[in-house]
Design a protein around this ligand. Sequence first.
Ligand code: MN
Length: 401
Amino acid sequence: MATPIRHLRLFKLVVVILTLLTAAYTFVFARLPSSANAPDSSTVKGVRGKLNGLGLSPSSLPLQHNLAAAPAYPVRLYKRKKHKNDDDTDNEPGDETASGNSDSNASTDAVTQFRASDPTLLISRTFDPNNAPQRLIFIGDIHGSVDQFNNLLDAVNFRQGSDQVILVGDLVAKGPDSIGVIRKAQSINAWATRGNHDDRVIRWREFLDGPGVNLTTSDIQGLEDNGELPYSDFKLSALHYEIARSLSPDDLAYIKSFSVVMTLPEPYMEWVVVHGGLDPSKPILKQDSDNCMNMRNIDSSGPVSTHKDGQAWFDVYAAKMETLTQPASPSSIGSEDFSQINFNKVVYGHDAGRGLQIHEYTKGLDSRCVYGGNLTAFILPGEKLVSVPCPDYDGSVKDDK
Ligand SMILES: [Mn+2]
């Protein structure tokens, strides 16, 4: 087992070096003047203007904000708050990604390094001004249920070219055909935000293409048994490993293009998309990407993935939005608050435990597709909901803990 361990150490060293190089590169280029091909300001006026106010100079579309380029980002982007009673087996088995004890420090550090090199916290999408879509069709967590994905596209009478599909993440894992979902999504040019399961598959693939390239499955099993895999949420018994091995280069490039947060152009600038949720105490460019992909509740320590502590993140968010709409309160909000951003409505997924959650400011679309519930679409304009029934694939995820 000495060789794989040496490879792991080398991998961590390489990740550190690449992170530093990326930071240096973006430090230099973030300070160059905007390029001549900067977009018409009318297409991105609100969010872009606010981003400039935060010290960033987007110069190409879609706007992609490199985590390493923003000096104010937290250093530790992945450190998960872990609670002793953190038990989400009722809604998303396998979502526990941090073991939460001192033995996991090495794994947590490796994950943190990966996060720091992740280039896409936020993408601000734009439309072709000559061919803007007639409808936006947001779709909840598909989890490999490609037949239901196709059924839902039929049910909403999806038309390529005039409809833009936007997935809230977790295309993969749990269900029967993750690769089929990725390829279908790419074939219809769907936009997507990165779900925690998409992210885990990407990390597996980076490991298998890197330090794990010469390891057999039994080598990897040995590393898992000894707690020596680079990420604490890697489990051979879950589907992510096989999905990662099955990705074509096109598949991989497509899912790696998913940003953690996505903002939308006019006339949808009040909408933002994220897989898990947003932390209402932080401006958009200071969100923690791990929290954005995993949060369900917010307690006194901040976002948590559990339902058991604190309150639903969307209730905290709604309370915050209510304060922002009070004319008397802006002076108490701080210069880098949500008040700087034009959006106020969030489309998200991830919370099968609570199921479909349609509130004024937040639209939660995970309606338990993979557990025999529905797959749901939310359509703009009009805020119409369309659902199709799903079989219970739960048998395939019994080992995904
Ligand atoms: Mn999820």
